[in-house]
Design a protein around this ligand. Sequence first.
Ligand SMILES: *Cc1c(COP(=O)(O)O)cnc(C)c1O
Length: 444
Amino acid sequence: MTTLHQPAAPAPSAAPSVWPASTTEPRPGDPAVGGVPLSEIADRFGTPVYVLDEAEVRARCRTYRRAFPDADVLYAAKAFLCRAMVRWMAEEGLGLDVCSAGELELAVTAGFRPERIVLHGNAKSPHDLDTALRLGVGRVVIDSPSEIARLAAAVGPRGRQKVMVRVVPGISAGGHEKIRTGTDDQKFGLSITDGHAQHAIARILSQPQLELTGLHCHLGSQITSVKPYLAAVRRMVGLMARLRRQHGLLLPELDLGGGHGVAYRPGDAALDLSALARRVRTELAAACAAAGLPVPRLIVEPGRAVAGPAGIALYRVLAVKRAGGHVFVAVDGGMSDNPRPALYGVRYAPRLIGRPGTAAEAAVTVAGRHCEAGDILADGVPLPGDVRPGDLLAVPVAGAYHLSMASGYNLVGRPPVVAVRDGRARLLVRRESLEDIRGRDVGL
Ligand SMILES: *Cc1c(COP(=O)(O)O)cnc(C)c1O
């Protein structure tokens, strides 16, 4: 069943910018995305459900391609991956960045060209590396000294695999301590400060099976300022200059990772992509000129900024109660489909959908259904005072690091993903059923 809707008036200008560009409000209180009313999706597919605006995903890919015309843009698959997403990335001319044999295999079996894929990971299993070699992945990003000999041995005497090295530039950036990866005291990469990066590079150069194409760094996630990226460019070019002096090495690629921040709530800061592109390009050209190096080809790896703002989570309210001066509005999902609030204390800006809010707004706490007091989606957010069981809530900016981090907690089953486009809704990923769960439970 599909529904085709009349083009509607744009949403009132008060509509927060955290919604996809296609958002309209054909009937007051009942927003539509991609031409499909969200309440209709909830009724047709059930709740909780994730809605993905295909046009918004594609528009975000195009924004990157336009901002970085000379760079390779790789989508970080861990933000959210399914076969449709793989297809959209291929059609929009992006590469992929994967972290496991699973992500890699899904992408390649969905038709993605393996040479356009980069494999990351601080602890790649033998299966990850074997799968990468078997499928012909474009680059493996070396993240630890032991991986060098392991990968060279797996490549075998006659093979050759392109690799990059994950370098820790010693830069603190990112929205939360748990998503900062540019500093010397975390688990990813090899540090410049203590010389581990330089040692690893010397060892890679001594392995004829490995071809070093460039340096890689990833500072963290949800970064909203250009400055840390410029600092990273300077550190990385500094290392490239040293490698040239020591080894006569000229590296053709420089990967600056992702981490580009988006607004989760109206008024939140977001990273300015065109400023990032412009200033990184200028900084890179200047630093390379000063060091007498040719300018390497730039690679960027956005995840959240491609998928996040294109997704919306829909929940149904199951209970409303007052306790300790709070009004708790409990919904039918929570930390099993979105662990981010519990992990990083992130908060969202949900809104009532499906009917106009008639009562004056009051501050409420939107809680999940799971058996943890920390299962809170939003705190002190305004919702109409008459919000009641049966109502629908929509949480914008739910496209990245929600479903991809979903768990089986409380056996509620992971929600489906529905794509919207041109007034039509279609199922991309179906809801996880009790049958799915029972099917894995094979012992007694
Ligand atoms: C997670 C990750 C990304 C993407 O990060 P976002 O914050 O989603 O942009 C890019 N590169 C690497 C190596 C990563 O681990």
